[in-house]
Design a protein around this ligand. Structure first.
Ligand code: SF4
Ligand code: F3S
Length: 314
């Protein structure tokens, strides 16, 4: 499959607002990965390091559909190390990590899940006989050997809830501690399509086009607001007075106008997305999440976020 076609399939709903018939990464994208794999006998080597987060992104990946998780592992990625998914523990796991990082230096994709705490006492990711290795040290070591670095989730991408006020661990985004370009696949948690689609692009075509916050434009090219099913209510000035009503939820604190992601047409796990489930978008993909979204359920202009309701269309 040509890259242009892949991009078209990933973005296929950008003109549609309510098509539930194909809202996950399509079977076509999956079969493209399948045929690429058959031709090239190649998977993307991945080392996955979890630092400081809630673990929600690996749970999200476990829920991937089309492709299901077994096919992600069998056909798309060669998972060399993951402290969540692997059976080995302790010294055995660390030996596997060291061997994989050396064997595949310059080839593997480093996936980091979680923010990087700069205060050491919040930061140990593993311990050897001789030393405690902090998240900062591990990410710098592995980032220096990796071909690509992918930050999965908003903590890794931008600091997220881990770095939220008062940020006692002094946590920062992965990109703040590495010199190389980091691909940010934000979300709290990430939509599995965004992550799997980014890895598929890396395998078949290399680095995807990124926006100014280094997120793949494939998935973060437009605001939630642009394709929201309630947009006509917004345009006509019809706002919900209470949660659960069918009108636009800008009045209830929806930050869809300043949030980039394709939730309205991609949906989550074939099921639904926040606004359709009667809850405002809280901006979980944003660089300023969660501090820039709080207090939740308060209209944007009152949060002082600099977004003006009138006269702006995205
Ligand atoms: Fe949809 Fe929120 Fe925009 Fe209203 S403000 S149209 S609910 S995204
Ligand atoms: Fe997150 Fe808003 Fe989508 S809260 S899941 S970006 S609708």
């Amino acid at each position: 499959m040509q890259r242009k076609e892949f991009v078209r399939l990933c973005r296929r709903h950008s003109g549609s607002t309510n098509n539930k018939s194909n809202h996950t990464l399509s079977q076509k994208v999956l079969s493209a990965v399948d045929s690429y794999q058959k031709q090239h006998s190649k998977k993307l080597p991945v080392i996955w390091l979890e630092t400081n987060d809630s673990g929600d992104n690996n749970i999200s990946l476990m829920n991937t559909t089309y492709p299901y998780l077994d096919r992600v592992f069998k056909e798309l990625i060669d998972l060399l190390y993951s402290n969540t998914f692997m059976a080995a523990q302790g010294k055995d796991a660390i030996n596997i990590l060291k061997a994989a990082a050396n064997r595949k230096a310059g080839e593997f994709t480093l996936v980091v899940e979680g923010a990087i705490p700069l205060k050491e006492e919040y930061s140990v990711v593993f311990t050897t006989k001789k030393q405690k290795v902090s998240a900062l040290e591990a990410v710098k070591w592995l980032g220096g050997l990796a071909k690509n670095v992918v930050a999965i989730g908003t903590c890794a991408s931008f600091g997220g809830p881990t770095a939220a006020n008062p940020n006692v661990s002094r946590s920062v985004a992965v990109s703040e501690v590495l010199e190389c370009e980091v691909i940010n696949v934000s979300g709290c948690p990430v939509n599995p399509d965004w992550f799997v689609g980014t890895l598929a692009h890396l395998l078949m075509y290399g680095r995807p086009e990124l926006d100014e916050r280094k997120r793949p434009t494939l998935f973060y090219g437009y605001t939630i607001h642009r394709h929201c099913q309630r947009r006509s209510y917004f345009d006509n000035g019809n706002f919900a007075e209470n949660l659960g009503e069918i009108e636009c939820m800008f009045s209830q604190g929806c930050v869809g106008p300043k949030t980039r992601a394709d939730c309205p047409y991609r949906q989550w796990l074939n099921v639904n997305w926040p606004v359709e489930a009667n809850t405002p978008c809280i901006g979980c993909t944003n660089p300023d999440f969660p501090d820039g979204s709080t207090p939740f359920f308060t209209p944007l202009s009152e949060k002082g976020g600099g977004w003006e309701r009138r006269g702006r269309r995205e």
